[in-house]
Design a binder for this molecule. Structure first.
Ligand SMILES: Cc1cc2nc3c(=O)[nH]c(=O)nc-3n(C[C@H](O)[C@H](O)[C@H](O)COP(=O)(O)O)c2cc1C
Length: 357
């Protein structure tokens, strides 16, 4: 897939997830087969630029190109300024968030709330595309509500404005994270525009990725929640799409190494105090589907220094290694390649919590 001048090797993309897709996690996903990783959303307001959170979100040191920064806001001039600000700090693609249902974003009439106001959408896209020389991409939902699925009109507006690629989450704003994503609207969007379209929503297995690609005709697949605790899903999906067969579960020793590297990178990125706390959710996700994962997660929440966290991961993997060379998922998780229940149960409130973190 091409986004502007960037040739994207793999058409599997990590979805932007506030509180999750920080630089260490994006790097890990890219290493494991993701062709593109979108940053956590950065607010467009200059007043918020000085916060520690904003500063971390614009730190792209060492990141594998192309660096994609997502911006959110509702004021065309402010969005244009935010785009320039981020390009000056290393962004090679600017992604605009019109897909996030979080109240914190929607109350400001930003995120998916913008889909209601097509004229404003056009003004924002024109302003941002004209402000920067790098490609601008857009992330949307299928519409504001089930009665108002205007993704096709928004997609045409975007193409007209010079947006280089679109990603579409197959839910409306009103749907939050409830129910199943639908892919018919994504297929309509794909056939209405000639810019690349990425399909997003509930892709959690290699088969689902294949089916959604086939059904929508999309150029790429974006995976969010299913990559939490399973960044090797990109490698698994890639292999399945290329060869039609499944990779075996990863080797315990490889995953131990990946997680310890992720942890070290995470601690270094956030500093020990914040890093140990924010690493817990990643470690919880890693362990969620694995034998003995519950006990490990419990222990993890009581530890508050980096060395103890690292040692606990080592002990957990010693136990897993005693069970076999390859990762063994819990029987309930084996039924589906990835246990969906916890993720599907996620509600917009959870997204809001993540955004506020
Ligand atoms: C914790 C969390 C944070 C999110 N943050 C953002 C965000 O900052 N920007 C955005 O466009 N979408 C955000 N999303 C939506 C995801 O990018 C994606 O569209 C959604 O999770 C559906 O994909 P999935 O079913 O593969 O998870 C977030 C989702 C989650 C679960």
């Amino acid at each position: 897939m091409k986004i502007g001048q960037h040739h994207i090797e793999s058409n599997l993309i990590v979805a932007p997830m506030a509180g999750v897709t920080d630089r260490p996690f994006r790097q890990l996903c890219k290493r494991l087969g993701a062709g593109l990783a979108v940053s956590e959303m950065v607010a467009s307001s200059p007043a918020l630029r000085g916060t520690a959170k904003s500063q971390r979100r614009i730190d792209h040191a060492g990141e594998v190109a192309p660096v994609v920064v997502q911006i959110a806001g509702a004021d065309p001039d402010m969005m244009a300024d935010a785009a320039r600000y981020n390009v000056d700090r290393g962004a090679e693609i600017i992604d605009i968030n019109m897909g996030c249902p979080a109240k914190k974003v929607c109350n400001l009439a930003a995120g998916s709330a913008l889909l209601r106001d097509e004229a404003l959408v056009a003004s924002i896209l024109d302003a941002v595309v004209n402000a920067v020389s790098v490609p601008v991409t857009l992330k949307i939902r299928t519409g504001w509500s089930r009665e108002s699925r205007n993704a096709v009109r928004i997609a045409r507006i975007a193409e007209q404005a010079g947006v280089a690629a679109l990603s579409v989450h197959g839910r409306t704003r009103e749907c939050a994270f409830v129910g199943e994503a639908e892919y018919d609207t994504i297929r309509e969007v794909k056939s209405a525009v000639s810019i690349p379209v990425t399909a997003n929503g509930d892709v959690d297995t290699p088969e689902k990725a294949r089916d959604v690609l086939e059904h929508t005709g999309a150029d790429a697949i974006m995976i969010g929640r299913a990559a939490q605790g399973r960044p090797w899903i990109f490698r698994e999906v890639r292999h399945f799409l290329d060869h039609g067969t499944h990779l075996p579960p990863p080797e315990v020793q490889e995953v131990r190494g990946l997680i310890l590297e992720h942890l070290a990178d995470h601690h270094a990125f956030y500093g020990e105090t914040v890093g140990v706390r924010t690493a817990r959710k990643h470690l919880g996700w890693y362990a969620a589907d694995l034998m003995g994962g519950d006990v490990f997660r419990h222990e993890m929440n009581r530890l508050d220094d980096a060395a103890a966290q690292i040692a606990a991961v080592g002990r957990f993997f010693d136990q897993l290694a005693a069970l076999g060379d390859r990762l063994q998922y819990r029987p309930s998780a084996q039924a589906k390649v990835h246990s969906r229940s916890a993720f599907v149960a996620a509600r917009a409130s959870w997204v809001e919590e993540a955004l506020a973190a």
